[in-house]
Ligand binder design. Sequence first.
Ligand SMILES: [Zn+2]
Length: 271
Amino acid sequence: MFEQLYKNAPAKPREDDFKNNQGLLFCGKCRQARECFIEYPKGSGKNIIKTIPCQCDIEDEEEYRRHKSLEAFQERVAELRRQGVTDEAYTLQRFENDDGRNLEVTEKCMRYVRKWGTMQERRYGITFTGAVGGGKSFYACCIANALIDRGVKVLVTRLSDLVRNRVQDKSAVIDLHDFELIVLDDIGVEGATQTAYNIIDDIYRANIPLIVTTNLSLSQLKESNPIEKQRIYDRILQRACYPIKVDVTVSRLDTARINAREAQGILDDET
Ligand SMILES: [Zn+2]
């Protein structure tokens, strides 16, 4: 589109354009020349008319380039999400969909995103603990998706899946070194295998910050049996060093109770 702006041919007149006494076209809007004479071929002494951009064209072009670079960035973000988020459901867990059930936790997670530069530099991550249904995975994924939106390479997966890939399906092995942050959902369900330890040790040695969620308590993580399990959790806690406990809030318990009562009412209804 814009390469046309410099072609060796007269410009196409637009509304309100006018010609000067030499017959060159001027823009009716910004009143700058849209054409000039050049000697062509060089040294021939013959002049032809060349199209040049006026101020309006330049502004359009800048707008076009801005649009193009924004588009390219959005494409990159979509690609990062495809590569890094293994489960479609994780992509929907975003701050925009937060029901505000636990604002203190939300605020901490948003702060992690805002301070990502420092967190990455110091390799600090988070361990989300708390009861089932509190939203540990939700908050971990909110952080992941917000960072992906900013162009950060994040992997969201489960340790048990990584282990399975390494043991069973070598073609599906993900290169962990490719990522700037790794989120492992639901730590503690995998077996205490050497492969599980190797994966965590890989992440540790590659200096990649780690965020995990788990149904285990912090003290269960710190004092686990057998010793093979303990080795894995010790390594995890060295990177996912900041604990956030996500409790099921009263309002959510209330919702469950209200739903139960409603369900009961429907089921009791004999019509
Ligand atoms: Zn113009």
